[in-house]
Design a protein around this ligand. Structure first.
Ligand code: BES
Ligand code: MN
Ligand code: ZN
Length: 506
């Protein structure tokens, strides 16, 4: 099972009209809004004539459908060449539809149609890219580790027909497919259990993906890491029989730009394949959720592969530290001192604050490439969920870039929110024996303290952002919108939006 295939995205076709035949078993997805009379009204579309709209609305009315957001109603419409119609509510009518409303409605539709192999959608006339993304992500499932005993009996969604009349609809659908496929790649990594995804295996898979996408790939094994002085990655990884790695994936896209306009974006992602806490061991309750502690690494790898696939005109260099944080007789101890890559010494007061140790090494390495911007993302602190909950990433860093990353994150529906890094918190990281301690002595502002620690390792002149996704990377609640249980793929779409924004505006 180590060559698990993961999720296979459905094939997407764009059509400028309802297929006349051959879709007899397909379900047609139609957006509806709640009208003044509180009844569901089909959003006007060139693909349905007045008679078809009347037929659908009459059927919806008979069932009491209201068109509220996320409400789905399945009806039969005999005049149409499809098996049935799924009405998906968008809420109150609006003049224009934010992309995430369309993405979300598509996701809700896909989840409610589980078991349907072929869908036709008119949501794509409103926003082709968002409709395709939402359908693919809503239909996502991870079945690699189910035997025939519990494997789903029903078929996965395999065909999407996106109805759209715009000239660029095909390109938009292709882009939506690529973006959703990247998010699904990140989800697959997170959903692969720690028994099967350990640093060596993770590095091999990242390398294979990178090679297939035409990226330059470098992998440092434990000997190379030791020799080069990556004390943080070695320190965290040394309690495990499965040694650490540092993976570098490089997309060279800037040469498409004029010399003066060339930009370089560094990505860094936390790749703890399992976090027991180490000697500062975590409580047993919910420890299994620490399979998601490589969510930042998964997102970074998927994003640089997506940047290559989309041929974005920026250099993107991913630097991904991978380690398993285990307690053992070879593990680091609370009180140990290690030397981060670059020379700063750290007193490890708590071995469960391991993310910042591997990230500091990776950030220093990433800055050696002289990037214009650096985005680092990690499931770094439980304090992120205390401050912002399970769906809102905390974005910290240099003021302007932090705000830019958070704004783009809002735009794509991943909803990152800007947070400060108060100067005075640095005093809490003073050590009696080393340059820094890896934790402060208080419970205050845990998310920000981690960001303040990382700031010490970012080179002068590099605009940077730290995105804490402790909650948002992994959905432990019920499914919602286009997000199922387990790995979410956050913040792939935020990072990709930033990279494209840098390509467009510098
Ligand atoms: N991986 C955890 C953070 C985490 C918590 C991620 C919950 C996802 C859900 C991280 O390595 C950790 O253990 N952080 C400690 C830091 C503390 C020791 C300063 C924490 O948050 O308790
Ligand atoms: Mn930890
Ligand atoms: Zn961790």
């Amino acid at each position: 099972m180590s060559t698990a295939p993961g999720y296979q995205s459905p094939t997407v076709t764009v059509a400028a009209g309802l297929p006349k035949r051959g879709v007899g078993s397909a379900v047609l997805i139609v957006p509806v809004v709640s009208g003044d009379d509180d009844a569901a009204r089909v959003v006007p579309t060139p693909f349905l004539d007045a008679a078809a709209v009347d037929e659908i609305e009459a059927a919806l009315s008979a069932l009491g459908a209201k068109g509220g957001a996320d409400q789905t109603t399945r009806v039969v419409a005999q005049s149409l060449p499809v098996a049935s119609v799924l009405a998906v509510g968008l809420g109150k009518p609006r003049d224009s539809w934010p992309a995430d409303v369309i993405r979300r409605a598509s996701g809700v539709a896909a989840r409610s149609l589980s078991g349907t192999e072929s869908v036709v959608t008119t949501l794509s006339e409103i926003d082709t890219e968002a409709a395709v993304e939402g359908l693919i992500l809503g239909a996502y499932r991870f079945t690699d580790f189910r035997s025939d005993k519990t494997a789903p009996k029903d078929a996965a969604l395999s065909r999407i027909t996106a109805l759209a009349t715009a000239k660029d609809a095909k390109a938009k659908a292709a882009r939506g497919t690529d973006v959703a496929t990247a998010v699904a790649t990140a989800r697959d990594f997170v959903n692969t259990p720690p028994s099967h995804l350990f640093p060596g295996e993770f590095a091999d898979r990242a390398k294979a993906l990178g090679k297939a996408a035409g990226l330059e790939v470098e992998v440092l094994d434990e000997k190379a890491l030791e020799k080069a002085g990556y004390g943080g990655i070695i320190g965290v990884g040394k309690g495990s029989s499965r040694p650490p790695r540092l993976v570098r994936l490089i997309h060279r896209g800037a040469k498409q730009q004029a010399k003066t306009a060339r930009k370089k974006v560094a990505l860094v992602g936390k790749g703890i394949t399992f976090d027991t806490g180490g000697i500062s061991i975590k409580p047993a309750l919910n420890m299994h959720q620490m399979t998601s502690d490589m969510g930042g690494a998964a997102a970074v790898i998927a994003t640089v592969v997506l940047a290559a696939k989309q041929k974005v005109a920026v250099d993107v260099i991913a630097t991904v530290p991978m380690a398993e944080n285990m307690p053992s007789s070879t593990a680091q101890r609370p009180g140990d001192v290690l030397t981060q890559y670059g020379g700063i010494t750290v007193e490890v007061l708590n071995t469960d604050a391991e993310g910042r140790l591997i990230l500091a090494d990776a950030i220093v390495r990433a800055c050696e490439d002289d990037p214009d911007y650096l985005i680092e993302t990690s499931t770094l602190t439980g304090a992120q969920t205390v401050a912002l909950g399970s769906r809102t990433p905390g974005v910290m860093g240099s003021d302007d870039f932090r705000d830019r990353v958070a704004a783009l994150s809002q735009e794509v529906g991943e909803n990152g929110w800007p947070m400060p890094l108060p100067e005075e918190l640095k005093d809490d990281l003073k050590s009696t024996v080393a340059d820094l301690a890896n934790v402060s002595g208080s419970r205050f502002a845990g998310m920000l303290v981690a960001g303040v620690y990382l700031r010490e390792f970012v080179a002068e002149g590099v605009e940077w952002a730290h995105v804490d996704i402790a909650g948002p990377a992994y959905n432990t609640g019920g499914p919602w919108g286009y997000t199922g249980k387990g790995g979410t793929g956050v913040p792939v779409r935020t990072m990709f939006a930033v990279i494209e924004d840098v390509a467009a505006r510098g």
